[in-house]
Write a protein that binds this ligand. Structure first.
Ligand SMILES: Nc1ncnc2c1ncn2[C@@H]1O[C@H](COP(=O)(O)OP(=O)(O)OP(=O)(O)O)[C@@H](O)[C@H]1O
Ligand SMILES: [Mg+2]
Length: 252
């Protein structure tokens, strides 16, 4: 059985990469052979050979302790334009073969004990034409974690995302609140959290803090894994990835 999870968020820039990396680093720290995939990335940094390189993939590979040679397996499609993949590809005359993305995810899932797949944008982001990230989730049949912000507006974004997932029969396994500051949290953040729990009925699998300077160096990945152990329900997440205690597709 393919074991893993798919990380999405209410929007771009909410923290999918940081949370995916934190979970991967925690699993690695526990001695688990962890795989990471960013099947499609846009906004890649163009290297000296003129090739776009995904910084998300760089971060995930560092978190999982993977060598640069595995970049193609981790990130088979990287586009330069900082646009939704369907448009970024069209802008440079490319087509996106979604089968290639699914195949890359399955290959990583097959060769790893547990795999973390990072989506792109949110669930309704177009990957190619009318094929959305949600369609990728449905094909991969992995449990999904939704990363959300703690600040103003998050109740609306989170409830809309959870409702969309319900409509598309994507059972979300839980929510992670990113950039949570326990000491500074006011009635705003605390009531947001309470409303998110109440209105979605989903478990909150962690409140992850803002960490100073998250570079992709190995040393900081150890700290990232430690932070994940401290602030995320890693045992529960592992169980979920293995298909235990999770109302996910794989049991249907
Ligand atoms: N917990 C955190 N502590 C410190 N910085 C963070 C944290 N979470 C996110 N960031 C920073 O916020 C920015 C956006 O985070 P991230 O890249 O993880 O978002 P994303 O959802 O993966 O974005 P994209 O849609 O581009 O893939 C990054 O610069 C990242 O380093
Ligand atoms: Mg990212």
């Amino acid at each position: 059985m393919q074991k893993g999870l798919f990380i999405t968020a209410t929007d771009t820039g909410v923290g999918k990469t940081v949370i995916s990396g934190a979970i991967a680093a925690a699993l690695k720290r526990r001695g688990i052979n962890v795989g990471v995939v960013k099947p499609v990335a846009s906004g890649g940094r163009v290297n000296t050979s003129g090739q776009p390189v995904s910084e998300d993939a760089t971060f995930l590979m560092a978190a999982a302790g993977m060598a640069e040679e595995r970049r193609q397996e981790v990130n088979p499609v990287c586009l330069a334009a900082a646009l939704t993949p369907a448009v970024a590809a069209a802008e440079c005359g490319m087509t996106i073969d979604v089968t290639k993305l699914i195949t890359a995810c399955r290959a990583m899932l097959n060769q790893s004990e547990l795999t973390v797949v990072e989506g792109v944008g949110g669930m309704a982001a177009p990957v190619w034409k009318d094929y959305l990230v949600a369609d990728m989730m449905l094909e991969l049949k992995l449990p999904v974690i939704l990363v959300v912000k703690p600040n103003l507006g998050t109740i609306n974004h989170t409830v809309l995302a959870a409702e969309y997932a319900r409509q598309r029969s994507i059972p979300l396994a839980g929510i992670i609140v990113n950039c949570w500051d326990e000491a500074a949290a006011t009635v705003l953040e605390r009531s947001n959290l309470a409303y998110i729990k109440l209105l979605t009925g989903l478990p909150v699998l962690g409140k992850f803090p803002s960490l100073a300077g998250i570079p992709a160096g190995q040393a900081s990945m150890v700290a990232l894994g430690q932070a994940a152990e401290q602030h995320l329900a890693i045992d529960h997440i592992i169980g979920m990835m293995k298909g235990e205690d999770c109302p996910c597709f794989r049991q249907s």
